[in-house]
Design a protein around this ligand. Sequence first.
Ligand SMILES: Cc1ncc(COP(=O)(O)O)c(C=O)c1O
Length: 447
Amino acid sequence: MEPSSSSSAPDEAWVQRDAAVIWHGFTQMATFADSDPIIVDRAEGHELIDTRGRRYLDAISSLWVCTLGHRVRELDDAIIAQLGKVAHSTLLGNSATVVIELSEALARVLPVNQPHLMFASDGAASVEQALKMAFQYWANIGSSGHTTYLALGDAYHGDTVGSLSLGADGFGSELFDPLRFPVMRTPGYNNPNWASAAIEALVEHAGKLAAVVVEPLVQAAAGMHVARPGDLRRLGEACLDTGTLLICDEVATGFGRTGSLFASTLCELSPDIMCLGKGITGGYLPMSATVASRKIFDAFVDDGSAGEPRRDRTFYHGHSYGGNALAAAVAVRHLELIEDWDVLTNVKDMTSELARLLEERISVLEAVSEVRQCGLMVGVELASRCAGSGWGKLVSQAAVRRGVLLRPLGDVVVIMPPLTITSDELAKIVDVLRESILEQCNVSAPS
Ligand SMILES: Cc1ncc(COP(=O)(O)O)c(C=O)c1O
């Protein structure tokens, strides 16, 4: 199976122009040009189309952001309509109607008590805001000593220095150890006793903690490690019992990925602070948000009536593009479409369909050690005989050659399709993955 092609002309020229001026994230630039990068020119529905007219089914939702596909007419129209009003104005000290509308719409569905939203542009920035908010919360209420965070093994919260500190080792983060601030760490979801260990640490060290930070239900970048909702609920209860703040990072799990609009809801969690990003605009424009519950927000409100001298409670933090009007307009329409199109029902149906296909065609392969799935988040872990030598990358490249865009996390091949994916498209993704594994791992299909 080859990607459909309207032209076989090489796109070497574009690759060379790119390599001359662009530095790609998480990419060794010495080998970039030789790794057959896709140079996307346009897209249609669930497919990306390169400069040669070749089509690729976007099975990673353009790094987990694209929810309803590309070039959705309704989303395009929302941006065009907003362009006729205003593209951007600052939210520092002022506001914009469309951002107020978005915040009202989100407040109606977020599992956070009386939320207030602070906007930024990337997931990592929303995590940085959350860390600082939690830290200053304790200072504002006059409680000293809350100077560290409890985070989990295998955690990933972004690449800025604060979010990197919260994250576990891996992805080259150890190099930055002299810059990373220390946090308390208990095991991640791949340890069945992770919740008990976290709760134990919580009970012992609550007085030192500014917050506990979790990725509810799925540690995505760790390779899709999935937790039981009941374990997260227990952790949430322990936070309440010990008076510890809970930060839920839903940058990856938010906006329908797990079958619920938010994974926290499935875990019956009502976090003090929540981080949103990625799917918030349906994958159209960069936007993230840190959501503060009423308790957190109130600790920052200060009308000065308590008299002087006193410390200023204002949160001195804000990004130039926080609350961008174009991003807000597409995010409002995106939320409406999730409801109007009953997208969550499709996620549930396709979750079962994908589970069945994976069980029949992928789990049975000798080269696969484990398949982990939560909603439309899947990690296919290659067996140790294939692991550790860049097999994840080789398998993904083989899939790309067959017209399905996959990207690995080490030796875990990730499938993260748009939420509007169809049965036929899922079958194509799974078949291509199977052929690619069989080809690259040099094993025969079970009879
Ligand atoms: C749970 C989680 N938090 C934060 C981030 C960082 O988001 P961004 O890449 O938008 O900075 C990610 C990215 O994958 C993530 O999975």
